[in-house]
Structures are given as structure tokens and as C-alpha cells.
Design a protein around this ligand. Sequence first.
Ligand SMILES: [Zn+2]
Length: 260
Amino acid sequence: MATPSSSQTKNSQRTLAHLVIPVQYISVREQIQQLLVLQERDQKLLIIARDLERIPRDEAHANSALAGDQATLAKAIDTLRHCEVDTKKVELDIATRKTTILRLRQQQFETRKNEEYTALGNEVIRYEKEIDRLETTELEFMEKADELRLKVKEAEAQLKRSQTLVNDDLADLANKKEQLLARKQELQKERSELSALIDAEVVPLYERLMKGKNGSALVQVAGGLCCGCHMKLVPSTLVKVLGGVELTQCENCGRILYPE
Ligand SMILES: [Zn+2]
């Protein structure tokens, strides 16, 4: 069988194929063989198309793992900031009370009334107790801030680890995509050359079946059943398939049948 050179267009290949091998001289068995090779390439192309379809979803999935760690880090930083603001407020409260105590002591120093002196002294004691309480709170906040800083560091380290993994995953996916596209191009070239050699009247039927029957246009007959729809074939169909005189379709699903 003549193989057209790759420089020829699909149409000229088809014309050439018809000139070189008139359809009537190609046996049904040979036609089935050609169609099976074409179907094998097309089935590979379908698998590649599905694999390519999955890549954007896998990329989004990889990036979403990063989003989770970014959110954890943002939350840890936010909690630390709040804690630092609370600590500043307590420090300010302590400073205000210390100023008040200085003022009260000054008033105590200036007064000549015993009653007022005692009252001012009591006020000082009250403020000192408040300062004690606030200093305890400040210490608690400072300890909490230390813990929160550790959490921020842990979240940063986790994000860094995830970023490395995600980058690896994304690089793998980009590599996979490149390989799939290259293989797709090869297969498309092969299937285009193959289909140019097949009877032009059979090709549309084959294409229609590939589309409508989920990538299986040709199926074997096994035990008197169509392997596509698993229905029992009528005897006349079986005779036609075994006789190999013409291309025979399953009377139920329409797929092209070939013998065991
Ligand atoms: Zn069938």
C-alpha cells in the first residue's frame, strides 16, 4: 500500500489513495484493519483530551492547598497584632495610673488636713492595686504574644514548605501538559494520514459512531453478541460479519462489527 508523503495535504492524500487503491479492491477485512488502527489512535486522543481537561483543575487544586496555608498565616499575624494592641492599652493604663499616683502624692504633701491626707493615701493604695492587677495582665499578654510569635513562625515555615511542594506540582503539571500536547500533535498527524487512506464514504459513518458511541465505532462480535451493546445479533447479521463481503453494523446500536 502506498503511503503519501507528509507534505501532501489531506485532500490530495485522499485523492491519491483513491487513485492508487480503488475502494472496490480493498477487502472488507483490510478496511476493518484500517479502521481499527484509526480507532486505536482516536481512542488515545480521547484519553489525552481527558487528561488535558483535568490539568487546570489539578493546578487549581494545587494552588488551593497554598491558599489554606496563606489564610492560616494571615490569621496568626492578625491574632498577634491584636494581642500587641491589647498589651499597649494595658501599658498605657499603667502609665496613666502612675501619673495619677504622683499627682495624689503631691496633693498629699501639700495638704494640711489629716482627713484629706488619709483619703488621698487610700486613693493611692487603690491605684497601686489596680497597677498590680494591670501588670499581671500585661505579663499574661506578653507571654501570649511570645506563643503567637511562635505560631506565626510555624505558619511561615509551613507556607514555605507548601510553596515548594506546590511549585513542584505545578512544574510537573506543566511538563505533563507539554508531553500530552506533543503526543496529541503526533497522533493527530497519524490519524489524518490514516483516515485519508480509508474509503471516503465510510469515514463519516465512523466519525459519527466515534462521537455518538463514546469512542467505540468498531466492536467485536463474541458468542453471537455485539460487544458494544451486548445484544444478541440476528443470524443474518452474523452471516454478513463472518462472510466479510460488506461492512456490517449492529442492528441495535449501529456500531461496525468485526468477527472474533
Ligand atoms: Zn451493538
